[in-house]
Ligand binder design. Structure first.
Ligand code: SF4
Length: 402
């Protein structure tokens, strides 16, 4: 990188509160073809109802609901690829103007043009969550576009030059593993505020049985390069989060960085399960059709076989807000993604706060890597480990209270 890095974040905290960040999917239209994309069928099929971008009025109506009904204070805007959405600047301006700080989840290729990067910053974009799933030729190969890596590096240079904050996402596919430490070094060089390493999960279109050992790696293969990359980031004081890895798969000192579904609601960079339950419904992800009626988290939980027959669930005053989020976490892990406990989980102190092994994992590799965590008493608080992690104080300048 030719530019000076951004100043590192100055303020961190160990206080964990429920996130108020929402998410919107504008449509599954993209300028890349990542082989591990969770939406690859919808990206490819132009006639899929979720493929075309929705109109700006519909996107604004979703954004308004997130702010006014769900009380969200930040939003992740994603496509497909949001930087190619017509009207993205107007949508970001609108979001920022109503108190919903916009983040774009992006491959950033469009931002290789400095003026495009500047326009987004001027429209009120809070930061970019840039998908860096490898480097060099390897990146071009996995995203299916020659020259993509080079453009992404120019885009990051532009972000540094104009003071656009960035965070990184990196999916832990087999192809990215040899590059993790270099991705971490790149994050250091551009002054990234945080880096998320994300286990390659059977989400969405990846649930359809097309995953193979070409892309999915065993936890024991993921761990060594992952820990090396985490060491690079920890040494530089950059927040590092690892999503969807069973807690026993890293040594204890690293578990403060691990976010399973039980921990996600306490990461301010993750999505509010309540508003996510609504934006995840088809009408909110499609160009056509009216928006669905708004839904509370308890109503969303009641759709699950786990809770639909629980008498009085909707109005039970003994249930706390945290309970609702924990129930949603359980539904997402077990029902939406097919996570399963391993035999060893039965005797593990962390079994109440860990998702277990992801969907199709056991069919690939079995459960042999699970190692019950020993403790005097079972852990009941999902913040047991993550409350030790120092995280960026997000948007302090915008008046967020922790
Ligand atoms: S619950 Fe199971 S997968 Fe999770 S840490 Fe314990 S043994 Fe590992």
């Amino acid at each position: 990188m030719s530019q000076q890095p951004l100043a590192p974040p100055v303020n961190t905290t160990t206080k964990r509160v429920l996130t108020r960040r929402g998410v919107v999917w504008l449509g599954q239209t993209c300028n890349l073809r990542c082989r591990f994309c969770y939406f690859q069928t919808r990206i490819e099929a132009k006639d899929h109802p979720e493929h075309p971008f929705m109109g700006l009025d519909k996107a604004k109506a979703i954004v308004d609901a997130l702010r006014n009904h769900y009380g969200n204070n930040a939003i992740d805007i994603q496509g497909g690829e949001p930087t190619i959405y017509p009207g993205i600047e107007e949508l970001c301006e609108h979001s920022a103007s109503i108190g919903l700080l916009p983040t774009l989840i992006t491959n950033a290729l469009v931002l290789a043009k400095r003026e495009a990067c500047q326009r987004l910053k001027d429209s009120g974009v809070r930061d970019l969550l840039v998908s860096v799933h490898g480097l060099g030729q390897n990146y071009d190969d996995v995203v299916g576009v020659p020259g993509a890596h080079k453009k992404q590096m120019v885009a990051l240079d532009n972000c540094v030059a104009i003071g656009m904050p960035v965070r990184f996402n990196c999916v832990l596919t087999k192809s990215s593993l040899p590059h993790l430490a270099d991705v971490a070094r790149l994050a250091v060089s551009v002054g990234a505020r945080a880096v998320n390493f994300i286990a390659f999960n059977p989400f969405e279109d990846q649930q359809k049985g097309e995953r193979s050992l070409d892309d999915v790696a065993a936890y024991g293969v993921v761990a060594p390069p992952l820990l090396a990359a985490m060491d690079v980031l920890n040494a530089a004081g950059i927040e590092v989060n690892v999503r969807y890895i069973p807690l026993c798969q890293v040594p204890e000192g690293y578990r403060q960085h691990l976010y399973n579904f039980q921990q996600l609601p306490y990461d301010l960079h993750e999505w509010d399960y309540a508003s996510w339950s609504w934006t995840d419904m088809k009408p909110q992800r499609m160009r056509q059709g009216e928006l669905s009626p708004l839904i509370s988290l308890r109503q969303a939980n009641l759709r699950s076989p786990m809770f639909k027959n629980v008498p009085g669930y909707l109005d039970d005053p003994s249930l706390s807000l945290d309970d609702e989020y924990r129930h949603s976490a359980l539904i997402r892990a077990r029902e939406h993604c097919g996570y399963k406990p391993a035999p060893a989980c039965e005797h593990c102190a962390a079994k109440g706060i860990c998702d277990g092994f992801h969907g199709d994992y056991a069919a690939f590799f079995g459960f042999g890597e699970a190692q019950a965590i020993q403790a005097a008493a079972p852990f009941t608080d999902p913040r047991h480990y993550i409350s030790q992690q120092r995280k960026v104080v997000e948007a302090e300048d915008a008046g967020w209270a922790l």
